[in-house]
Design a protein around this ligand. Structure first.
Ligand code: TRP
Length: 330
């Protein structure tokens, strides 16, 4: 067991797809096998955009069920809902007072909104609520509240972890050594996970394959993968094929080599290749999918896991808040 504490939050913004799983969730689940892991569903972070409480709650359950079904090691990991820890609202508010406004102006996601607004000739802050503007402070609070060492994130979130370090630094400089400096760890690049149309799998391109779609839906999606128009006889380039790129994520090395050869040799039509891809994904996912469905039909089981995680998280969090209050308020 590694003695570094890993912390991460996952925003519940939609039913998770294969791209989310391979790019972000699977590596986190692997880390939990040999690290103490603090993992939460960042429902508060979704609030600046998601106004439908029912959808938010359902997506929270889906992410939790997915993590549990896909093998999050609950002996090493605590899993909870961010909003269940009252201390997060407190720390976030305290940190506002050491966070320069200028730092927030430099946040990528806010800057992107300002640029878009400027281009369209409307007020720079049109459509920007304070939840979006202060998103990095809430995230710094997440990271600093639990004394974590390592924060594994995607490239797009690296700036937020750096901001958490900046904010910890401002606090420590003002009030004396209080917060540990967390390290961002950017996951190794597993390459592009293509969606149905060959572009990066993403909700915004509407080209996703849901991770735990029922078998028949999975098959329908896979059959819709766009290919070139090579005949079955022609040799095909596996490295340019969405079918092959997805297959290798689920298959063993020797299966992948066999499949690669079938592409290069010719004689295999795309219909056959898609059927092989479907059968591979379906067999790998059938067990966790059944567990995922079972959990979603027994939400009280998910609640129990989230609550016991929250109980532990709250203990750590309340010690941090005591310390901070003492430093700031005497
Ligand atoms: N902002 C992250 C995202 O959109 C989610 C998140 C919230 C997070 N709090 C965190 C990630 C703390 C790492 C640590 O993906």
């Amino acid at each position: 067991m590694n003695d570094k504490i890993v912390l991460t939050g996952i925003k519940p913004t939609g039913t998770p797809h294969i791209g989310n799983y391979l790019g972000a969730l699977k590596p986190l689940i692997e880390l939990s096998q040999n690290h103490k892991t603090i993992m939460f569903i960042a429902d508060l972070h979704a609030l600046n955009a998601e106004k439908d409480a029912k959808a938010l709650k359902q997506h929270t359950y889906e992410i939790a069920a997915l993590l549990i079904a896909a093998g999050l090691n609950l002996e090493n990991a605590i899993l909870f809902r961010q909003s269940d820890i009252d201390e997060i609202y407190k720390l976030s508010n305290f940190l506002m007072n050491v966070t320069p406004k200028g730092l927030m102006n430099r946040a990528h996601s806010y800057k992107a909104m300002v640029e878009k607004n400027t281009e369209s000739g409307v007020d720079v802050d049109a459509g920007v609520n304070m939840g979006l503007y202060t998103y990095p402070v809430l995230m710094a609070a997440d990271i600093l509240l639990y004394n974590s060492d390592i924060v594994p994130v995607g490239k797009d979130q690296k700036q937020h972890v750096e901001f958490a370090r900046d904010i910890a630094g401002y606090f420590n400089n003002t009030y004396g050594e209080t917060f540990k400096m967390p390290e961002p760890v950017i996951g190794e690049d597993i390459g592009l996970i293509p969606g149905l149309d060959g572009r990066k799998m993403s909700k915004s391109y509407d080209n996703t394959i849901p991770l735990f779609a029922p078998s028949n839906e999975l098959k329908k999606k896979i059959m819709r993968i766009i290919t070139d128009s090579k005949t079955p006889e022609e040799p095909k380039n596996p490295d340019e094929s969405t079918i092959f790129q997805l297959y290798k994520q689920f298959a063993s090395e020797s299966e992948t080599e066999t499949f690669r050869k079938m592409f290069l040799d010719g004689g295999m039509g795309y219909g056959t290749a898609k059927t092989m891809l479907f059968e591979k994904i379906d067999s790998v996912l059938s067990k966790p999918r059944a567990e995922y469905e079972r959990l979603l039909n027994n939400k009280q089981e998910i609640d129990a896991i989230l609550q016991s995680g929250a109980d532990i998280a709250r203990k750590i969090a309340s010690r941090t808040i005591e310390k901070v209050k003492k430093k700031m308020l005497g």
